[in-house]
Design a protein around this ligand. Structure first.
Ligand SMILES: Cc1cc2nc3c(=O)[nH]c(=O)nc-3n(C[C@H](O)[C@H](O)[C@H](O)COP(=O)(O)OP(=O)(O)OC[C@H]3O[C@@H](n4cnc5c(N)ncnc54)[C@H](O)[C@@H]3O)c2cc1C
Length: 391
């Protein structure tokens, strides 16, 4: 029997497995794919503060200092923070490095192993039923941590509560983009990517990741973009050498991310910023709280829901408000017509407003920009007033 079974060797599961194994617990890290880090379902853009959690810069390909953001009518605003605002990572290598560290710390990695169901027995042990090599069998663990992503089966375990809409994402990797190597290009508009946006993330070698997420069929919108009157040149000439598709959690974070003997973390728990679809930093932040809560629960021999509630309390007080604000900003953005978006871009396109964005803009903490932006351009109140009242 293991002390802890972690389901999913994505970045969040591997980080948790490594930290708990280094405390001396017996940890099994279970991954359904035959290889960690594949398939990639990510644009690989993270803020440098993510490395404060991983303890070192891992798998960095490029440094980003700002963005060019394109309005539906073609207006472009350019923002430059004057320093590294984000790092572009080799996501596959990032995941692999964290899994390797988990193994070095003593975790056992089981690849090609798909967990199908979980059941807590009266003796408080959790029975995991899983399939490996077409063979169905079981294992026992004192605790289960579901870091099993957006399709999480652990989030369906009795007691967990989460609502989500899943946006579809589609992206290609290409060896040549026309985006400057230190900026990302972001494209907005209902015709481009309803309720979300399209992006070009340069990987620093002349190439990049070109994609979008949307409330509809992302692949269909991507095909349309290749012929776009204004932006076709950005999207039409790319020779893809890799296709990426995946789902993005859009919704509030889990209302209940703990239960008897189990936690959910990362995408499984909806710890994703609805403004950007980024889940690595917030998931890792929550992972730190998962590690401390599980350690305390196992040390005192009480893995009941009431003992594990501390995990929810800690991550909610750390990032809950930010995730909820990001979700509210997303809902306002998603409700705007292209005409309204064009009007907003016209309001933003002034030196003092752009300076404010450069000074206060933070991809991980979009709420930091709300008040300074409304002060710099009070006409935005018409759109942001509802948000302000909720802050
Ligand atoms: C197109 C796209 C672009 C994105 N771009 C960014 C970005 O630029 N920056 C950013 O921060 N985030 C981005 N994201 C989101 C980011 O990829 C996720 O937030 C992140 O991967 C979450 O990590 P995780 O460990 O929680 O889950 P995952 O990385 O999804 O890992 C879950 C793991 O669990 C495994 N698993 C699932 N079920 C089982 C099971 N039953 N048994 C065994 N194993 C199982 C899966 O195989 C997987 O390896 C993007 C997402 C998409 C779709």
């Amino acid at each position: 029997m293991y002390d802890i079974a972690v389901i999913g060797a994505g970045p969040i599961g591997s980080y948790i497995a490594g930290e708990l194994a280094s405390c001396g617990f017996s940890v099994v890290l279970i991954e359904e794919h035959a290889e960690v880090g594949k398939p990639v379902q990510c644009a690989g853009l993270i803020t440098p503060r993510t490395f404060d959690i991983t303890g070192r810069r891992i798998a960095v390909l490029n440094s980003i200092t700002g963005a060019r953001i394109h309005a539906p009518d073609g207006r472009e605003i350019e923002i430059d923070g004057g320093k590294e605002m984000a790092a572009v990572i080799d996501r596959s290598l990032f995941d692999r490095s964290l899994a390797e560290e988990a193994i070095r710390n003593g975790a056992e990695l089981m690849l090609g192993t798909s967990v199908r169901s979980l059941e807590r027995r009266e003796n408080k042990k959790i029975i995991l039923s899983y399939v490996k090599d077409d063979h169905k069998t079981t294992m026992e663990s004192r605790m289960v941590i579901g870091a099993d992503g957006i399709q999480s089966i652990t989030s369906r375990y009795p007691g967990m509560r989460i609502e989500r809409r899943v946006f579809s994402g589609f992206e290609i990797e290409t060896s040549s983009v026309i985006t400057p190597s230190n900026k990302v290009d972001l494209f907005t508009g209902r015709e481009v990517a309803p309720e979300f946006f399209a992006w070009i993330v340069p990987t620093g070698d002349g190439g990049g990741r070109v994609g979008l997420a949307a409330s509809g069929n992302a692949h269909g919108y991507f095909k349309n973009l290749e012929k776009h009157r204004e932006w076709g040149t950005y999207f039409g000439s790319n020779k893809a050498y890799h296709y990426i598709a995946g789902g993005i959690h859009i919704g509030p974070a889990a209302g209940r991310s703990y239960s008897d003997g189990a936690l959910i973390v990362g995408d499984a728990a909806g710890q994703v910023k609805a403004t950007s679809g980024g889940g690595i930093y917030m998931g890792l932040r929550a992972a730190v709280h998962a590690v401390s809560a599980v350690k305390e629960a196992l040390e005192k021999g009480d893995t009941s829901a009431s003992s594990l509630k501390i995990y929810q309390d800690r991550w909610v007080s750390d990032i809950g408000k930010e995730l909820n604000t990001a979700y509210r900003i997303h809902r306002i953005y998603a409700s705007l017509t292209d005409r309204q978006l064009n009007r907003i871009f016209a309001m933003l396109d002034k030196k003092e407003v752009l300076d404010t964005i450069e000074q206060h803009g933070d991809v991980d903490y979009p709420s930091k920009l709300v008040l300074p932006l409304l002060k710099a351009e009070p006409r935005l109140m018409k759109f942001g007033g509802k948000l302000l009242r909720g802050l």
